[in-house]
Design a protein around this ligand. Structure first.
Ligand code: FAD
Length: 477
């Protein structure tokens, strides 16, 4: 029988230890993609990442074809799908790369036990993270709850290993297996087709991931340290959805940085490595807090008086809060499946602090609309902004959306791109249209409350209300 190689969140052929070792073995290889949304603890993907997944699996299928192996696409509980395939093909080996989300861990652990009990060869490999969350401990033998010492330990250790080569060819399994079509498992949106902006902005798949990395090293990284906070500048890598789907690994990224390709200085490289470190930290937190998207990391927040306000929530989701930088971000998200990191922080802060809406509402919206929606990075960052998270900034530092906009989008290029109804407003009023005199608004073709909404809340009042809510929570503790 064949060796089964399972693909889940590792949709690549290079630096894929499971595939590499299967290719070295004597038996033919049967690669399998399994969409498992049923196993306990698995979080079904949102719309934007399903769109990505469709294209990424299609790209993987082509690559494997070229190497000589046909990808079998299946849907269902991981353990049941694998048992069925073993029964159908007589496979005696199953290889996979480890996952670190709670549902993935539970399902893969159960699968390993059950296969080994039956005398089958089951083996898992690493590749998704630079560290094994179960092994990295702080000085007192516990896990890290603060980023700085976490990253100090990880980055002062040995350099991450070199990536594993892609197999040059595969001895594919020739037998017949039932398989589904990608279109059936992951249908693309049709009516309405909301994916136009996604198609325009992204090239899912391993090839697209490496093109992105090369482009970033060539032109981006050398401005990273300073430019990364300015949403109108193409200074960040935009690798997050490729990383989230495992089309590229942090090992490959670090190896490319070591090669010194591109023209960036060491400070930019160090800052970039550190950001990739945040991804590691989020996974570290999720491993030790499997309910990170449901439960406050700091239990004191369990008594926080969140406000339920559907109308405000909808204005935020649609990018109609009246704060231009936030609205630009929310519309960028809806149109392109992504949002610049600085703007994510401002938009999340507006929802959780100005509107006092529970961070879980925002997390859920991002989960559905982000192409990089990640079970670790999304809840960890949401909790960080809301104040309930690990290593969160002091609560009283509440972003002022006007000052943030003026500082990080000083020429307004970002706002003008995503909020076209503000395009003609002079820079002076672009981030606070409600302060513009009537004639200035009229000249820009605007009428506040008609062409663009007034602010959903007043910043000063909202700030006081948030601080009072925080104080009340502390008094209760
Ligand atoms: P770059 O600046 O080029 O960074 C390189 C890589 O480092 C990224 O691709 C990403 O993998 C990692 N990284 C950078 N910043 C962070 C961070 N703060 N936390 C974790 N990893 C980071 N990122 C996701 O990948 N998935 C999410 O679901 C997600 N949700 C977020 C929600 C909120 C409220 C906030 C504030 C941030 C969230 N982030 C998330 C983190 C960050 O915004 C994105 O990783 C980043 O914008 C991706 O753009 P980039 O690839 O150009 O980043």
């Amino acid at each position: 029988g064949p060796t089964l190689v399972l693909f889940r969140n590792d949709l690549r052929i290079a630096d894929n230890a499971a595939l590499y070792h299967a290719a070295e073995a004597a038996s033919p290889v049967l690669p399998v993609f399994v969409l498992d949304e049923e196993s306990d603890g698995v979080r079904p993907r949102g719309g934007a990442s399903r769109w990505w997944l469709h294209h990424s699996v299609a790209a993987l299928e082509k690559q494997l074809d070229r190497l000589g192996a046909r990808l079998a696409v299946r849907r269902g509980r991981m353990t049941e799908v694998v048992d069925d395939l073993i029964a159908e093909t007589g496979a005696s080996c199953v290889f996979w790369n480890r996952r670190y989300d709670p549902g993935g861990i539970a399902s893969d652990t159960a699968m390993k036990c059950s296969l080994r009990q039956r005398g089958l060869h089951a083996e898992s490999f690493e590749g998704h993270l630079l560290h094994e969350p179960s092994r990295l401990k702080n000085g007192s033998g516990s896990y890290y709850k603060v980023f700085t010492p976490f990253w100090k330990t990880l980055s002062s250790g040995p350099e991450p290993r070199d990536p594993v080569d892609a197999p040059s060819s595969l001895h594919g399994w020739e037998g017949k297996v039932d398989a589904l079509r990608i279109d059936d498992v992951l249908p693309l949106p049709t009516a309405p087709d909301w994916a136009g902006g996604l198609r325009e902005n992204w090239s899912p798949g391993e090839h697209g991931a490496h093109e992105r990395l090369e482009a970033f090293l060539e032109d981006g990284l050398d401005d990273y340290g300073e430019g990364r906070d300015f949403p109108a500048r193409p200074a960040t890598s935009r690798l997050s959805p490729h990383l989230a789907h495992g089309e590229i690994t942090p090992y490959q990224i670090f190896a490319a940085l070591r090669d010194g390709r591109g023209k960036a200085g060491s400070a930019d490289v160090a800052t970039f490595r550190k950001e990739v470190g945040w991804r590691e930290f989020c996974h570290h937190l999720l491993f030790h807090n499997p309910e990170l998207h449901r439960k406050n990391f700091q239990p004191s927040f369990d008594t926080f008086a969140w406000v339920s306000d559907d109308k405000a929530l909808r204005r935020w989701q649609k990018g109609l809060t009246g704060y231009p930088i936030v609205d630009a971000g929310m519309r960028e998200l809806w149109q392109t499946g992504a949002m610049h990191n600085r703007v994510r922080m401002i938009a999340a802060s507006l929802l959780t602090k100005h509107l006092l809406i529970d961070w879980r509402e925002g997390e859920r919206w991002f989960w559905d609309t982000l192409v990089d929606a990640d079970p670790a990075s999304n809840p960890a960052n949401w909790q960080w902004v809301a104040g309930s998270g690990a290593d969160a900034a002091p609560y009283f530092r509440i972003f002022n959306p006007v000052l943030q906009g003026e500082k990080f989008d000083p020429k307004g290029d970002y706002v003008r791109q995503f909020v076209p109804e503000l395009a003609k407003l002079p820079n002076r009023y672009l981030h606070k249209p409600w302060e513009a005199p009537k004639d200035v608004l009229a000249k820009a073709g605007m009428e506040l409350g008609k062409t663009y909404p007034p602010p959903v809340v007043d910043h000063g009042r909202a700030r006081d209300r948030a601080l009072a809510a925080y104080q009340a929570m502390k008094d209760e503790a």
